[in-house]
Design a protein. Sequence first.
Length: 105
Amino acid sequence: MSAAKIKKGDPVIVLSGKDKGKTGTVTKAFPKDGKVVVSGVNIATRHKKPSQTDPQGGLERREAPMHISKVALATRDGKPTRVRFETQDGKKVRVAVKTGEKIDG
């Protein structure tokens, strides 16, 4: 499997779906499933029955994982870009395709 183009902590923009255009940071990444969890995006509501730990019960809202193809890395000016890998000084680094700037390291 190749290296991850989108990692935890990356600023991303949602490209499709009900949250299209929203931005957030990746809080969790699931590389095997090809999914990411983005803060404040793709909120799912679960109905919780009252239990001993939570006697009130009610609605629980949380971020659900979304497919990695639905998000794109955000550049400094807030626009989406694809990610390319380059070798610089003997190290493999991620580079933004639109701007050509190095993303990490």
